[in-house]
Write a protein that binds this ligand. Structure first.
Ligand SMILES: Nc1ncnc2c1ncn2[C@@H]1O[C@H](COP(=O)(O)OP(=O)(O)OP(=O)(O)O)[C@@H](O)[C@H]1O
Ligand SMILES: [Mg+2]
Length: 236
């Protein structure tokens, strides 16, 4: 099986060498657990270590904030953008709450994502975060739209990380209870002050480690310690 290495220290070995190529993986966690950092690091590593271009689709903040976040780790994304190894795209969901237009708008944005992917021949895709859909969509259309969105992303041919902001409850992996079922994998991230941790909740198509491990955010970004285990009861 072909795998997409994240290059995030400690992570690939927990999932048998990398994410099965073409998967949609949910990166789930509460506020400030490191979801945006992990996903940008995935794209940065893809470009700098594996020669794979990446598209970062943001639904929150603005494009400058993302660039700023990456620069705080001395990840020089400007040159990656200049060399067509990375694109940051701000998804436009305005007027989505009009039920008749929601479907059309999603189709339109998916087509735009596809166009951006093709433009740089991206192999890696990030959507940060799916939770923001809830701010635009009526609950009655939210589930079907999210389902459709994830499903369509699979056709684009990238290995995709989708983030989902959860309440700080350790057994909940998405805001709407849909994302975790459509995703092929789930990487759960926790912050139990002062400790950060993560575990692989599922990864279709591969065996994977099932223990929670310590996670650190340092000057070089995220590192995971696969040797040390954290007992589940210690996570809140
Ligand atoms: N340069 C840095 N060095 C160490 N830690 C940092 C650095 N930059 C940010 N952090 C830590 O990472 C956290 C933010 O991580 P990130 O933005 O990835 O979280 P998130 O899960 O995406 O949060 P949100 O739910 O708000 O989107 C900060 O709250 C801070 O604790
Ligand atoms: Mg974030």
């Amino acid at each position: 099986m072909e795998r997409t290495k994240t290059g995030i220290p400690g992570l690939d070995e927990l999932i048998g060498g990398g994410i099965p190529k073409g998967s949609n993986v949910l990166v789930a966690g509460g506020a400030g657990t490191g979801k945006t950092i992990l996903t940008t690091q995935y794209l940065y590593n893809g470009a700098t270590q594996f020669g794979e271009a990446g598209l970062f689709v943001t639904l929150e903040g603005n494009v400058r904030d993302i660039a700023w976040n990456m620069e705080s780790f001395q990840w020089d994304i400007k040159s990656l953008q200049d060399n067509n190894m990375m694109t940051i795209y701000r998804l436009n969901l305005v007027n989505l709450n009009d039920r008749t237009k929601a479907e059309e708008k999603i189709e339109e944005q998916l087509a735009e994502i596809e166009r951006e992917v093709k433009e740089i021949n991206a192999k890696r895709l990030v959507v940060d975060s799916t939770t923001v859909f809830g701010a635009y969509l009526d609950p009655s259309v939210l589930r079907t739209t999210l389902f459709k969105f994830s499903d369509k992303l699979k056709d684009i041919g990238c290995t995709t990380l989708l983030t989902s902001e959860t309440q700080p409850t350790k057994n909940v992996f998405s805001a709407y209870g849909v994302e975790e079922f459509v995703a092929d994998g789930i990487i759960a991230m926790y912050l139990t002050p002062p400790n950060r941790s993560m575990f692989v909740r599922k990864m279709r198509g591969t065996t994977h480690d099932k223990d929670p491990h310590p996670l650190d955010i340092g000057p070089g970004g995220i590192t995971i310690n696969p040797r040390d285990k954290i007992i589940w009861e210690a996570i809140k």
